[in-house]
Design a binder for this molecule. Structure first.
Ligand code: MN
Ligand code: MN
Length: 470
C-alpha cells in the first residue's frame, strides 16, 4: 500500500470529490451589488403581482417595452412575440438562428399561488357581523391564514358582461380583511385535536363589516350595509359574485429579511421567483441559437388542470403558431418534430433544508439556501410516483451547461423518502418527448404566506436561465 503525501491527497480530493459552493463565496464585490439590485426589481414584481392575472399584465406591459408584439395580430422584425390566453397564461418567444426541427429551448414556470378564493355565494351575517365565505386554493396550512391582514384581488363580471377589477388592502390607507381565530384561553378542545382536524375549511371566513343599515327592524342589516358599500363603490350586486374570481392573499409588500438583508420574505414566491427570473432572462436574450420560449402557466397548484394549466392545449397551439410564423405553415408533423427535439427546464421551486426541521430532509440530498439553483431529477411521492424523472443524459447536458457558464448550482430532493412529496408541470410537457428537468431555487416556508428566498439564489437562477436560453 502506497503512502500518499499531503499534497497528493489534496490532488485526489480536487479530482474526485463533489464540492458544493456557497454563492456568496464565489462573488466579487461588484457581483454582490448586482445581486442586491436584481432583488429590488424582484421585490417590486412580487408586491405588484399577487395573482396570475396581475403577473400576466405586468409581463405583457414590460415585454412590449422590449419590442415583443402580439403573435396573433402583429409582425415583429426581431422575431419577438407574446401570446396571452384568458388573461391568466402567457407565452413569449424570441426566434433563434436554428430552424424549428432542431427544437426549441423552453422554460416553463407557474404564476398561480396558494390562496383563499371567495365562494360564489360568499356574504352572510352572524352575531351582528358581516362575513364572507372562502374556499382555499392549493396546498395550505390553514392556521397560516388566521388572524392576519388579507387583501382582496380579483375580477367581477357584472350582469351584462362588464368586468370590474378589484385590488383592495395593499395601500396603508385601504381597509384589509381578516379571519378571526379562537383565543388560546378557549382553545382546549381545539388544541387536543390533530393538526389536520383542528382547523375547519368552512371556518376560513373573512370579516367584512359591522356597521348596520337602518334600525333593528331591518332584516340582515349588516349584510345589507356591505351590499350597499359594494354597490356604491363598484356597482357590484350580490348575484355578481357568481361570475367572479376574488382571491384573498396576504396584504403588504415583499420585504428584506435579516440584519444583513440577504433574504427576501414574501407571499407567492412559489413560483413567481421562477417566473420573474426566467422572464428577465428572456428579455435579456439576444439572437439565441435555438428559438427561446418562456411559458407562464396558471393552475399548477391544483394539478395543472383547466384551459390555462400546463395540461391544456394552449402550449401546442402556441408552438404551432410560432412554427407557422417561421415557416409560413405548420403541420401536426412539424409540431411533433420540433417538440421532440426540444429541451426544457420546468422552472419551479424546491424545499430548502429547514434549520429546525432537518429531520424531514435527507441532508445529503437536500437543497440549501445560498447554494444556487437546484436541479431536481425527479419529484413525486413514495416510489417517485407521479414524476417524469429526467434522464441521466439530460442531467449531464444541464450540468455541463451550468459549469461552463460559472453557474453555482446544486441538486435537491423534496424531503426524505416517504416523508411526503409533490409534483410540477414537468411530466405534462415530458409527454411530448422532449428532454425536461425541474430546475429552480429553494425556499424556506414554502406555501406559507411569507416564503423565504436567498437573494444570491435569485440572482444565480436568473443567470442560469439566461445561459440556458443563450
Ligand atoms: Mn411551484
Ligand atoms: Mn407549489
Amino acid at each position: 500500500m502506497k503512502d500518499f503525501s499531503k499534497k497528493e491527497i489534496e490532488n485526489i480530493k480536487t479530482l474526485t470529490e463533489n464540492k458544493q459552493t456557497l454563492i456568496w463565496d464565489s462573488l466579487n464585490r461588484k457581483e454582490k451589488e448586482s445581486v442586491f439590485m436584481f432583488s429590488d426589481a424582484y421585490k417590486d414584481f412580487l408586491s405588484r403581482c399577487k395573482t396570475e392575472r396581475e403577473a400576466v399584465l405586468y409581463m405583457i406591459d414590460k415585454a412590449k417595452q422590449y419590442g415583443f408584439v402580439d403573435l396573433d395580430s402583429e409582425q415583429s422584425p426581431h422575431g419577438k412575440y407574446y401570446k396571452v390566453y384568458r388573461d391568466k397564461v402567457v407565452a413569449l418567444t424570441i426566434f433563434g438562428k436554428e430552424s424549428f426541427d432542431k427544437g426549441f429551448r423552453i422554460i416553463g414556470s407557474h404564476i398561480d399561488s396558494p390562496r383563499l378564493d371567495l365562494k360564489q355565494n360568499p356574504l352572510y351575517e352572524e352575531v351582528d357581523l358581516a362575513l364572507m365565505k372562502t374556499h382555499y386554493y392549493g396546498g395550505i396550512k390553514k392556521y397560516h391564514w388566521l388572524a392576519r391582514p388579507l387583501s382582496m384581488h380579483g375580477s367581477v363580471v357584472t350582469k351584462g358582461g362588464k368586468r370590474i377589477d378589484i385590488v383592495l388592502g395593499e395601500k396603508e390607507s385601504e381597509p384589509v380583511f381578516t379571519i378571526s381565530d379562537l383565543l388560546p384561553h378557549l382553545s382546549k378542545t381545539q388544541t387536543g385535536k390533530k393538526l389536520s382536524e383542528a382547523f375547519d375549511g368552512e371556518k376560513l371566513n373573512i370579516l367584512v363589516g359591522s356597521l348596520p343599515i337602518g334600525d333593528d327592524k331591518v332584516k340582515e342589516r349588516f349584510k345589507l350595509a356591505v351590499l350597499k358599500e359594494l354597490y356604491d363603490h363598484y356597482q357590484i350586486t350580490e348575484g355578481d359574485f357568481i361570475s367572479a374570481e376574488i382571491e384573498l392573499v396576504p396584504a403588504g409588500s415583499a420585504r428584506d429579511v435579516g440584519f444583513d438583508r440577504s433574504l427576501i420574505g414574501a407571499y407567492g414566491q412559489d413560483d413567481r421567483i421562477c417566473a420573474f427570473t426566467s422572464f428577465e432572462a428572456l428579455l435579456e436574450t439576444k439572437k439565441p441559437e435555438h428559438t427561446a420560449v418562456g411559458l407562464f402557466f396558471d393552475k399548477e397548484e391544483i394539478g395543472s388542470e383547466g384551459s390555462t394549466g400546463a395540461k391544456s392545449r394552449f402550449f401546442e397551439d402556441f408552438i404551432s403558431d410560432v412554427i407557422e410564423k417561421q415557416e409560413g405553415q405548420s403541420t401536426e408533423r412539424m409540431l411533433r418534430k420540433s417538440l421532440i427535439q426540444s429541451q426544457m427546464l420546468s422552472a419551479d421551486v424546491n424545499a430548502a433544508l429547514e434549520p429546525d426541521y432537518q429531520e424531514v430532509h435527507d441532508k445529503k440530498n437536500a437543497a440549501r439556501l445560498g447554494y444556487g439553483i437546484c436541479v431536481t431529477k425527479f419529484t413525486g411521492t413514495g416510489g417517485k410516483s407521479g414524476s417524469s424523472d429526467a434522464s441521466a443524459e439530460y442531467m449531464g447536458v444541464i450540468r455541463d451547461l451550468f459549469d461552463k457558464n460559472n453557474i453555482v448550482w446544486q441538486t435537491g430532493e423534496l424531503g426524505k423518502v416517504d416523508q411526503g412529496g409533490g409534483g410540477t408541470i414537468a411530466k405534462f410537457l415530458a409527454s411530448y418527448g422532449m428532454e425536461i428537468v425541474d430546475c429552480g431555487p429553494a425556499l424556506l416556508s414554502m406555501h406559507s404566506p411569507f416564503e423565504i428566498a436567498s437573494k444570491a439564489d435569485i440572482y444565480m437562477t436568473f443567470k442560469a436561465y439566461a445561459a440556458f436560453f443563450k
